[in-house]
Design a protein around this ligand. Structure first.
Ligand SMILES: Nc1ncnc2c1ncn2[C@@H]1O[C@H](COP(=O)(O)OP(=O)(O)OP(=O)(O)O)[C@@H](O)[C@H]1O
Ligand SMILES: [Mg+2]
Length: 248
């Protein structure tokens, strides 16, 4: 199963990716987290791992990925499984690994399109077995939809924080996800009772809300300190059971 997490900046995508990855790991699944955010450096810390080497380096950098595709007509000659990823591009532990597509390293190095292209081609090429769960944490906003990354996910999870922008972005994400024929679910995050009620009364796709994660001082403090996050939240279990009931 391939899951993509999306949402507006700071809504909690990386936090939910981490909590979900840990939950699936505890269920005995073989989890690969893909960091496809070219700017932020939070996810590997939340997982408690080192940041792995940029996967774009495997192709000689983001421009190398385009060059190879232009020369050969493919980026990956054969289908890959999680076990085919070279160790140099992974950090983590048994049952839970992190791969980072790449980060912007220098001023004026050029746009991040080559990273989006690599993420898309990798997800397209990656074959998942029954116990594999691939969780892709995206950059803020909907650029990944424009780049075509979401086409290669089985399910799209949008994290909605209590903000006007999130509520309205959810309509766009639901529409774009469904246009691709994908199930889209909404996870409210950082919401307390009154806010959750207000969101549920105003958001268009309220029937697609599958979990409401409360605002948690523990999560916030871990985020502030850059510490690893490993909490068992019933709301995250609800996401796991919804997806397993619904999907693969
Ligand atoms: N349920 C929560 N309760 C309290 N704080 C939270 C919660 N979820 C996330 N946070 C905090 O909000 C901040 C943003 O979270 P996170 O980095 O996961 O968001 P993001 O959507 O991945 O951000 P970006 O768009 O920058 O990648 C972090 O400091 C995190 O600790
Ligand atoms: Mg993030």
């Amino acid at each position: 199963m391939k899951i993509i997490l999306c949402g507006k900046g700071g809504c909690g995508k990386s936090t939910v990716a981490t909590l979900l990855a840990r939950a699936y790991e505890k269920h005995g699944r073989n989890v690969l987290v893909i960091d496809s955010d070219e700017s932020n450096y939070g996810l590997h810390r939340q997982l408690g791992f080192e940041l792995p080497e940029d996967f774009t380096h495997y192709f000689g950098g983001k421009k190398g990925a385009y060059r190879k595709f232009d020369d050969k007509g493919y980026l990956f000659e054969d289908k890959w499984h999680i076990s085919d990823i070279p160790d140099a591009y992974l950090t983590g532990e048994d049952g839970l690994h992190l791969l980072a597509i790449g980060k912007i390293a220098e001023a004026e190095e050029g746009c991040a399109c080559g990273m989006g292209f690599t993420a898309k081609k990798f997800l397209e090429n990656l074959e998942t077995g029954e116990s594999d769960v691939v969780i892709t944490d995206t950059e803020a906003g909907v650029e990944h939809f424009g780049r075509g990354v979401d086409r290669y996910a089985d399910v799209i999870l949008m994290v909605v924080d209590p903000s006007y922008e999130s509520i309205h972005l959810s309509e766009k994400v639901c529409d774009m996800g469904r246009a691709l024929g994908k199930p889209v679910y909404l996870i409210l995050n950082k919401v307390d009772g009154e806010q959750a009620d207000l969101i549920k009364s105003t958001i268009r796709d309220r029937e697609d809300i599958i979990a409401e994660i409360p605002s948690s001082p523990e999560i916030m403090m871990a985020g502030l300190k850059g510490e690893a996050l490993d909490m068992d939240l019933p709301e995250v279990e609800t996401v796991v059971s919804t997806l397993s009931g619904d999907m693969i």
